[in-house]
Each structure stands twice: as C-alpha cells, then as structure tokens.
Design a binder for this molecule. Structure first.
Ligand SMILES: Nc1nc2c(ncn2[C@@H]2O[C@H](COP(=O)(O)OP(=O)(O)OP(=O)(O)O)[C@@H](O)[C@H]2O)c(=O)[nH]1
Ligand SMILES: [Mg+2]
Length: 367
C-alpha cells in the first residue's frame, strides 16, 4: 500500500475539523492500493481546533498534528511538507482546505489519476462538471474567474484551467524538488508557485472537476487585494511569456534606435538604407536571442548548443519578417493603406507573438 498524506492547514476550524477528518478516513473503504494519513498543521488557532485533533488522535493512529506559528497558508504547507519528508515519507500529498469546501469523495478519483500516470492532479472548478458556489457574490466570482484567466494568459498556459484551486494531489518527488522555490511564498500565491514549478519540471498534470462549496462555519482568511498583487508580482518574475513579450519590445526599440542612428545621425546615403536595416535587424535578433536565452527561458537555457540555437532563432525571425511583409500587404489590400499601422499591430499580436512563442518553445528552447 502506498501512503497518501492529506495535509490540512487550519486556523480556527473547530466547526469543521472533526467532520472533515472522519469523512476523509471514511474514504479509506474505497481504496485498496492506498493508505490514507492526515497531517493537520494548526497555526495557533484561538478556538479548539488543536484540542479536537488531539482528541481524535486517540481514535486514529494515522492522524498527525503539528502546531506552528501563523505565517500564512504557503508557510503552513511548506512546514507540513518538511514534516512529511522527515516523518511520514508519503508517495503523494493532498492539499485540501479544512473548511469542508473540498469534498473528500474526490480523493479516490484523484488517486485513480495518479495510478493512470498523472504526477499532479488538480481538483478544478473551471472545467466541465466543476463549479463554484452559486451563492458567491458577483465580485468574488469575478475575482476568482478573472484571477485565473490572468494567470492562464500571463503564463500562456491555457491547458490548465484552475491555477488557484487549493485541492490537489501531488507526487512527493515534485514537492521535494520544489522546496527551495516555494519556501519564498508564504501566502496563497504559493499555490501558483508550486504549480508553475511542477509545469517547469515537466510533471504530467491532470484536472478533474470538483464542486467547490462555501464554508458553513468559521471565517475566510484570504485578503484578495494582497493576493492579486502577489500574483502579479509572481507572474512578472517567473512568466516566460511576459518576459518574452518584454524582450520583443526591447528588440523593437533596438531595431528602431539603430535605424534612427544610421539615417538621422550618421546620415547614410538613402541607397544604403537596406544596409542600415540589415544591421539593425540582426542586432535586434542577437539582442533578443541572448535576452531570451538568459532571461525569458532561463530555466531551459542553451549552453553547449548556443550557436545552433541562434541559427534556428534567425530562421524563425526570418519567418516572422515574411509573415509581417505579406500579412501587411494582404491587410492593406483588404482594409486600405490608411489602416497600415493598426493592421501591423493586429498582425503582431494575433500572429507574430503566438507564432514566435510557439516556435521558440518547440524548436529553440525545448526541454
Ligand atoms: N495553518 C494555517 N492555515 C491557514 C492559514 N490561513 C488559512 N489557513 C487554512 O487554509 C484553508 C483555506 O483558507 P480559507 O480561509 O478557507 O480560504 P479560502 O478557502 O480561499 O476562502 P473561504 O473558503 O472563502 O474562506 C483553511 O483550512 C484555513 O483554515 C494560516 O496562516 N495557517
Ligand atoms: Mg475556504
């Protein structure tokens, strides 16, 4: 039997914790390949949460409790992972809220996905069959939905629908490798940091639908403005896509700046404009290649095969010049020449950016 450890971070969950622990252990009946264990990490609850868990420990041998300082959800999980590594050595770990928002009935389904080869399973509210509470106020629905959308676009990873779900199961090797990375994220943003790390580690990720229900007892601990702000910061720091777009803008400035220098300052003869453009374009290409290699895609940067990668990069850039040239001609033929600038912007956003991003990822910086 493999160990599946459910970590429950708690802060004032006295109204929920007993029911939840009983429900989780009840799921054991459905499982013959897995042994369920529970670790509660209570952060100085001012109610009876810890006391209730201690009572239950008399009945359940596989129920652990650690008591830590209150330092946010991420920190609570991080400490839970460290404890698990030393003392429990599970094969998979579940993250689950302790407020009965997550239904323990999904445990067996999630473990099935692990058996079928997934490394990380997300209980997802935003895929077919999943749901958020109907009674959530509009602002909460909007925050949750758009928060997810921003993350999906920010990371340009549309395959994953629910980045912020707190119901997941994760093979322990991923957690173990991620410890150095996630220990910097003590709040709710830690969920995003962990998923981002798993994706970059090429983990096989699977989503199953869950019906998220509102807590009945106790209070919400989340502070949305701070949460959204830290999500933005995280994306800025770690999204290859955002960095790739920034590099694109820098490349544009280099290209434009050099042209300006050659034509307006050095005043090269007009018959040599092609030469200025060739130098400017290739300098921008070199600039973009280096910035992308050492910054945007640094987690899979090329080392020995830098030159070959650079050749491929040039080839892709040539493709994007051709697309722009012909695309713009077609657009001008259709909409008229007075719309050249807006047409160019649309071609860049709708065609050039996806084209380059996909080709960079699959031909130059493939892992
Ligand atoms: N140990 C510990 N647990 C925490 C901390 N903050 C939140 N939690 C727990 O983390 C889980 C999720 O927190 P919630 O407040 O329910 O956040 P949420 O589920 O996003 O929002 P609501 O369900 O609307 O309250 C719950 O089990 C909380 O008790 C913390 O600082 N330390
Ligand atoms: Mg909750």
């Amino acid at each position: 039997m493999k160990k599946a450890l459910i970590i429950l971070p708690t802060y004032n969950e006295a109204g929920n914790i007993k029911t939840l622990i009983e429900k989780i252990f009840h799921q054991q009946e459905k499982l013959d390949k897995w042994s369920l264990e529970i670790l509660v990490n209570d952060s100085q609850s001012t109610d009876e949460t810890a006391k209730i868990v201690k009572q239950l420990q008399k009945k359940y041998q596989k129920l652990y409790l650690i008591e830590t300082k209150k330092q946010g959800l991420g920190k609570a999980y991080y400490e839970g992972f460290l404890f698990a590594k030393e003392n429990i050595k599970p094969y998979v770990v579940f993250e689950m809220d302790a407020d009965l928002s997550h239904n323990p009935k999904n445990i067996s389904q999630m473990l099935k996905e692990i058996e079928n080869g997934a490394d990380l399973v997300i209980g997802s509210r935003y895929i077919k069959g999943g749901s958020i509470p109907k009674n959530w106020g509009l602002h909460r629905k909007i925050l949750s939905f758009f928060g997810n959308l921003i993350i999906r676009i920010g990371f340009m990873n549309l395959k994953i629908h629910d980045w912020t779900s707190g119901y997941r199961t994760i093979k322990f090797w991923i957690l173990n490798n991620s410890l150095e990375h996630i220990k910097n994220y003590s709040g709710y943003v830690f969920q995003i940091a962990l998923l981002d790390f798993a994706i970059k580690s090429k983990a096989n990720i699977k989503e199953i639908p869950i019906n998220f229900v509102d807590r009945k007892y106790g209070q919400s601990k989340i502070f949305f403005l701070q949460y959204i702000f830290s999500i933005f910061l995280y994306i800025l720091k770690f999204s290859s896509f955002v960095k790739f777009v920034i590099v694109g803008v820098i490349g544009f400035i280099v290209d434009f700046g050099l042209m300006y220098l050659f034509i307006n300052k050095i005043k090269i003869p007009s018959s040599k404009t092609w030469f200025a453009q060739a130098i400017a374009a290739e300098t921008a290409i070199i600039n973009n290649f280096l910035l992308n290699n050492f910054w945007s895609f640094q987690y899979k940067k090329l080392k020995n095969n830098l030159f070959f990668g650079f050749l491929k990069f040039n080839f892709i850039s040539l493709g994007s010049i051709l697309i722009q040239t012909f695309g713009l001609q077609i657009a001008v033929n259709i909409f008229g020449q007075q719309y050249w600038a807006i047409s160019k912007i649309f071609i860049i956003i709708l065609i050039i950016i996806p084209y380059s991003y996909i080709f960079y990822n699959h031909f130059v910086w493939k892992k």
